[in-house]
Write a protein that binds this ligand. Sequence first.
Ligand code: FAD
Ligand code: MLT
Ligand code: ZN
Length: 466
Amino acid sequence: MSEALLIDELRAVVGERGVVVDANDLENYNVDWRHMFKGRARCAVLPRSTSEVAQVVRLCAGKGISIVPYGGNTGLSGGATPDGSGSQVVLSLARMNAIRDIDALGETMEVEAGCILQTAQEAATQAGLMLPISLAAEGSARIGGLLSTNAGGTNVLRYGMSRTRVLGLEVVTADGEIVSGLRRLRKDNAGYDWKQLFIGAEGTLGIITAAVLQLAPQSCHRVTALLAVPTPDAALKVLRAARQHIGETLNAFELMSGAALELVARHQGLKTPLAASEWFVLVEASSCLAGLRDAVEGLFATVLEEGDATDGVIAESERQEGELWLLRESITEAESREGRSLKHDVSVPIAGIPAFLREADAAVAQAFPGSRVNAFGHAGDGNIHYNVIVSPAADGHALNMLVHDLVVRHGGSISAEHGIGQYRVSELQRCRAPSELRLAGRIKRALDPAGTMNPGKVMPLISQAD
Ligand code: FAD
Ligand code: MLT
Ligand code: ZN
């Protein structure tokens, strides 16, 4: 079949402007946010409705053409980047961005997969509610991408991963069938909860086209504070004290090394309002009950007296809160300007964080002299971004294995929130139990028997006989 015929057929479904073929215009689709992975898309297709997604999938499936789903392209594992063959079709959800409904009493939002997270957050706020998924890429990441990666972010501690927000899902399966489970029920035990398979599947099982999200009530008071702490052990003592003083009002507990904030100062010109320290923690709490600020001040007094914190500041205004958060949210961008960095998005049981960091620092310094560790992350969830800035010549695979082996020894995960994409496929095979990998393969073959949904992501290309 000629290429021109395929493009004509796709245009017949999604309209003239819905198919991108120009090499320059395809550049955005060919490379990931970090410019680590470069592929070559055959074309990009932008459907306007679930029915058009289904037609595109059927058309491609009928010709054995692979599809790479594409959201905001902020993923950090190369999941939305096509391979270099020039044969894969990128399917962008960008034109499906409607917020279909907000139910203020039921606290739900029905939203299409292409809606940008920040737009959805703003709509929830306007309705007097909040959408508690928050990450530095929220101005670009789209709902379908967030759910497909089961994104984490800065308030998982209180509100859970993206998965926990999903009440209902609509997907297009690999053979092009629309499966709509857009129920807004908090309780629904009628049969298998199939939507969980598509959440976190990184586009390898089907395409998410819409979702019903559980919103949350807005908080009346919010307190944001930055503390300097001498060590990760001390940071965990602050976490324990925070749980005792302010309990479930704790939204975020973010650990940042002094080195991470030096990168932010160097590349973004943002100054930390406290004297230099080896480590910092950013704490946010919110509640509708009175007395939250007093409770945080009580926490401050306790941890300063115990020596678990050496200094601290509580934001006095929304502007100051924003400034403290900007420090945290600028780390990824600052790191990307520093040179080559190898990301390790790891989690370990919370109590194991200090030992993991000590052991990893020692092992990395010994095996990769001259490298610099940029460690920060969602310590309240046990999730550390153990990123290492290395020379262009460094053996990245050896470094990844070294860090991941330690993670496994600590009972941790080699991806806490960014997913596997194409970046960690071989490491997942190495670090996960064969029985878990076999089960994953059975799910993949059951839902995508022809292997056309984002092949080579999450797991190696598998023959149907495997
Ligand atoms: P994309 O990058 O476009 O796609 C991600 C994956 O989902 C790909 O495999 C793609 O094929 C698939 N996909 C996309 N849309 C669909 C769909 N509709 N149906 C099926 N599959 C689909 N992540 C965190 O978890 N926590 C953080 O704190 C965090 N901070 C970040 C900060 C910065 C500055 C940046 C750049 C990224 C950060 N990320 C973080 C990573 C990223 O933002 C998340 O992974 C996000 O969920 C990706 O959304 P996206 O729309 O950009 O998806
Ligand atoms: C973040 O939490 O800012 C990102 O998930 C981390 C990263 O860029 O490694
Ligand atoms: Zn993160």
